[in-house]
Design a protein around this ligand. Structure first.
Ligand SMILES: Nc1nc2c(c(=O)[nH]1)N[C@H]1C(S)=C(S)[C@@H](COP(=O)(O)OP(=O)(O)OC[C@H]3O[C@@H](n4cnc5c(N)ncnc54)[C@H](O)[C@@H]3O)O[C@H]1N2
Ligand code: MOO
Length: 390
C-alpha cells in the first residue's frame, strides 16, 4: 500500500487549475481571485478628519485660545477657503481637511459653537488627521491567487474594483452507491439507511469553493453504476462513495475500469480510508472514497480539499498541522497512518475513546484529526501530538 503522502501527490497530479471568469465583486466572497488587482485610487483620496471638531492651525493649538469659526466641512462637502491663524472650520469625520489647517481639535475639547470657540484647558496631542493614501496608495496591489475574505471584498470595493477575475468553480459529481441507501426525507424500509455521505461531502465541497452535483444513488449492480457514471459526464471531478472495498457487492473499481478508468492507485496505508482509489476516467479526475461515513469525510479532508484548492489555482499542499498536548495515553500505532477524531480546546487535545469509522456523532463533536504516523510509539499524557483542524 502507498503512503498518504504518495497518495496525495498522485491525487494532485490528476487536477489542473481551471479557467477563469469575470464576476461582479458582490458575488466574489469565498471564491479564488486569479488575477492581481491594482488600486485605481488612494484611500483616503485627500487628507481628512478622523473626528468631529474644528480644523485649525498648529500655532493656535493652545489652551484657552479663542478662534473665529469661518465655515464648515462635512463628509462629501469640502470647505473651499483657507484656514488662517486665529480661525477655525467646523469639521466632521471624513470631511476633507481645509487648506491651511494642520490639525483637528475634537469638539469635546472646546466651548462655544456658532461663530467662535475657545479651546479647553487640556488638549489632546493627536492631530486627528488621516493623511491622503494613509490606508492605501493608488497602485496598491492585491495579489493572486487568493481566496477572498469579507475583509478582502471591502478592500477591493474601496479600491473602486467592481469586477474581479476568479477561478471557475470546480463542478464535482457525487455518486453514492449501495442497495441499502435512501435519500434523507424518504421512507427507508427495515434494511435501509440514509445516504449521509454525499450530503456531508457536498457541504464540504461547497465550503471549499466547488459546486456539488448529487447523482441518483447507484444500486449495487453494474447497470446502475454505469448509468450513474454516464450522468457524471461534464464534471471536472467525479467522487464515488462506497463500493470500494473487497466485498462481492463492491463494484465501483470494476465498473470504472470497464468504463475506461486509468487508475493511479487503489488502497492507502491510512485509517480510516484504506480502500481509497483515484485515477482518470475519460479524462475526468476521479476519487473513489470508502463508504464508511467517517472514512469518506476524513478522505474528503485529506485529499478532496487539497484537490479542490489545486483546481481553484491555489497552492495545493498537505493539510497544515499544529502540535498540542494530548489529554490521554495514545497507544502505539499500527502500520497505517491514523487520523483520530478529537477536540482541540484551550491548547489541549482531547482524543475521543470511540474511533470506529462509522460514528458520525463522534465526528460531529470533533474539531480536529490527530495525525499518527505509521508505527508511531505510545504517547504519554501531556506529550505533543500533531493535529489538523477541521
Ligand atoms: N474483508 C474486508 N472488509 C472490509 C475491508 C477490508 O479491507 N477487508 N475494509 C473495510 C474498510 S476499512 C472500509 S472503509 C469499508 C469500505 O467499504 P466500501 O467502500 O466498499 O463501502 P460500502 O461497503 O459500500 O459501505 C461501508 C459502510 O458504509 C455505509 N455507507 C456506504 N455509503 C454510504 C452513504 N452514502 N451514506 C451513508 N452510509 C454509507 C454502508 O451502509 C456500510 O455500512 O470496508 C470495510 N470492509
Ligand atoms: O479504512 Mo476504513 O476507511 O477504516 O473504515
Amino acid at each position: 500500500m502507498i503512503t498518504v503522502a504518495q497518495a496525495l501527490e498522485a491525487v494532485l497530479s490528476l487536477g489542473t487549475p481551471l479557467d477563469t471568469e469575470v464576476v461582479p465583486l458582490r458575488h466574489a466572497s469565498g471564491r479564488v481571485l486569479r488575477e492581481a488587482v491594482t488600486a485605481e485610487r488612494a484611500q483616503p483620496p485627500f487628507s481628512s478628519s478622523a473626528m468631529d471638531g474644528y480644523a485649525i492651525q498648529d500655532a493656535d493649538h493652545v489652551a484657552g485660545n479663542t478662534l473665529r469659526v469661518i465655515g464648515e466641512a462635512a463628509a462629501g462637502h469640502r470647505f473651499e477657503g483657507v484656514v488662517q491663524q486665529g480661525q477655525a472650520v467646523r469639521i466632521f469625520t471624513g470631511a476633507p481637511l481645509p487648506h491651511g489647517a494642520t490639525r483637528v481639535v475634537i469638539q469635546e475639547d472646546v466651548t462655544g459653537r456658532d461663530s467662535s470657540i475657545t479651546l479647553g484647558a487640556s488638549l489632546e496631542a493627536a492631530t486627528h488627521i488621516r493623511p491622503a493614501g494613509g490606508d492605501f496608495k493608488q497602485g496598491h496591489v492585491v495579489k493572486a491567487p487568493k481566496r477572498l475574505t469579507p475583509a478582502d471584498i471591502a478592500l477591493l470595493a474601496s479600491m473602486n474594483i467592481a469586477e474581479v477575475t476568479l477561478s471557475r468553480r470546480p463542478a464535482v459529481a457525487l455518486l453514492a452507491t449501495g442497495d441499502e441507501l435512501v435519500m434523507p426525507g424518504e421512507a427507508p424500509n427495515d434494511e435501509q439507511i440514509i445516504a449521509s455521505n454525499t450530503f456531508g461531502l457536498a457541504a464540504m465541497l461547497e465550503a471549499a469553493g466547488a459546486t456539488a452535483r448529487m447523482l441518483p444513488i447507484a444500486r449495487d449492480n453494474e447497470a446502475s453504476l454505469r448509468q450513474s457514471f454516464d450522468l457524471a459526464r461534464g464534471a471536472d471531478l467525479i467522487v464515488t462513495v462506497g463500493g470500494a472495498s473487497v466485498g462481492d457487492h463492491d463494484l465501483v473499481g470494476a465498473v470504472a475500469a470497464d468504463m475506461g478508468l486509468e487508475r493511479a492507485f487503489y488502497k492507502v496505508a491510512m485509517r480510516p480510508g484504506k480502500p481509497l482509489m483515484a485515477g482518470k476516467i475519460n479524462g475526468i479526475a476521479m476519487l473513489g472514497l470508502p463508504g464508511n461515513p467517517v472514512s469518506a469525510m476524513v478522505c474528503g479532508e485529506i485529499f478532496l480539499k487539497p484537490l479542490v484548492d489545486q483546481m481553484l489555482g491555489l497552492p495545493a499542499t498537505a493539510r497544515e498541522t499544529i502540535t498540542a498536548p494530548t489529554n490521554k495515553i495514545i497507544p502505539a500505532n499500527g502500520p497505517r497512518e491514523h487520523y483520530m477524531r478529537g477536540r482541540y480546546r484551550d491548547g489541549t487535545v482531547k482524543v475521543f475513546d470511540r474511533q470506529d469509522s462509522s460514528l458520525l456523532k463522534v465526528l460531529h463533536v470533533a474539531n480536529c484529526l490527530i495525525k499518527r504516523a505509521p508505527h508511531a510509539p505510545e504517547i504519554a499524557v501531556g506529550a505533543p501530538v500533531e493535529i489538523i483542524l477541521i
